[in-house]
Design a protein around this ligand. Structure first.
Ligand code: ZN
Length: 274
């Protein structure tokens, strides 16, 4: 009993000399009644008090032992490594045997581990979603800028290939090409809205019966802006009716002579992207 106490005291003192360990040792000494000042009154032979002390401070002692072990392991890694290597085979056999004997504990451990992982994954995805929501504008902007940079770089490296591809696309899609050119031309004229697509153009011609809105002529149809572009009109579905070339040029940039019912925004909904 006496020898064991001496050993414990020695371990405590050794630990106390290591930096950062003083506090733990103080706590243990205070809680376990281990007075270093020599007043060894606590070491009474009656097992009653010692047993109570052990019960009361068992948790502290366990923590202390664990802390000491970790500190020692960090201080002398080669000692522990050598010790492990020496007993490796036995340790592995023991663990295997324990696992065989306690399948339900392994199951429980795996289940808890899985739950924990699920929970942490959930938290991560929530945090990510929140971040995405908060930085949505910035992310969108970055994405657009990045895609522009990527496109520009690709074009710089593959000019001829891109040109051939574009020419082929234009030949295959004359309507869309015309719509793009018109949008570009109106954009240059500082037209406030430029969003008429080839599909919308076809829709306008269909809905007005493929004839001139003013005279009923069925050939040589063009797009007439009800409010002229030069008078702040927009290049969009709600400001366009089909007109023959003659009526269109006669009208010029003046308002129409007969009342015109343009398409409502509601009619255009199916053609708007997003
Ligand atoms: Zn006409």
């Amino acid at each position: 009993m006496d020898g064991r106490k001496k050993q414990a005291r020695k371990a405590t003192d050794k630990c106390a000399t290591e930096p950062g360990r003083e506090t733990v040792v103080e706590v243990i000494r205070a809680t376990s009644g281990d007075q270093s000042d020599g007043s060894a009154g606590n070491a009474d032979s009656g097992s009653g008090k010692a047993g109570e002390d052990r019960k009361e401070h068992g948790e502290h002692l366990r923590q202390y032992k664990h802390d000491w072990y970790i500190a020692d392991k960090l201080a002398h890694p080669e000692k522990y490594k050598e010790s492990y290597n020496r007993r490796r085979g036995r340790i592995i056999d023991y663990v295997r045997g324990w696992k065989k004997l306690n399948p339900e504990k392994i199951q429980e451990y795996n289940r808890r581990k899985l739950d924990k992982e699920k929970e942490s994954r959930k938290i991560v995805s929530l945090v990510k979603a929140k971040e995405l929501e908060e930085n949505k504008d910035e992310i969108d902007r970055n994405r657009k800028e990045n895609s522009k940079v990527i496109k520009r770089r690709y074009y710089a490296n593959n000019k001829e290939k891109v040109k051939i591809g574009n020419r082929a696309w234009r030949l295959k899609n004359p309507d869309k090409t015309r719509a793009i050119i018109l949008r570009y031309q109106h954009k240059k004229k500082s037209c406030p809205v430029n969003d008429l697509t080839a599909d919308e153009e076809r829709f306008i011609f269909d809905i007005y019966g493929n004839k001139c809105y003013y005279c009923g002529e069925k050939s040589d149809l063009t797009l007439d802006h009800i409010q002229a572009i030069s008078k702040n009109g927009i290049h969009s579905m709600t400001n366009i009716v089909p007109a023959c070339r003659s009526c269109n040029s006669k009208k010029g940039n003046k308002p129409p002579k007969i009342p015109v019912q343009p398409l409502l925004k509601f009619d255009c909904v199916p053609f708007k992207k997003g």
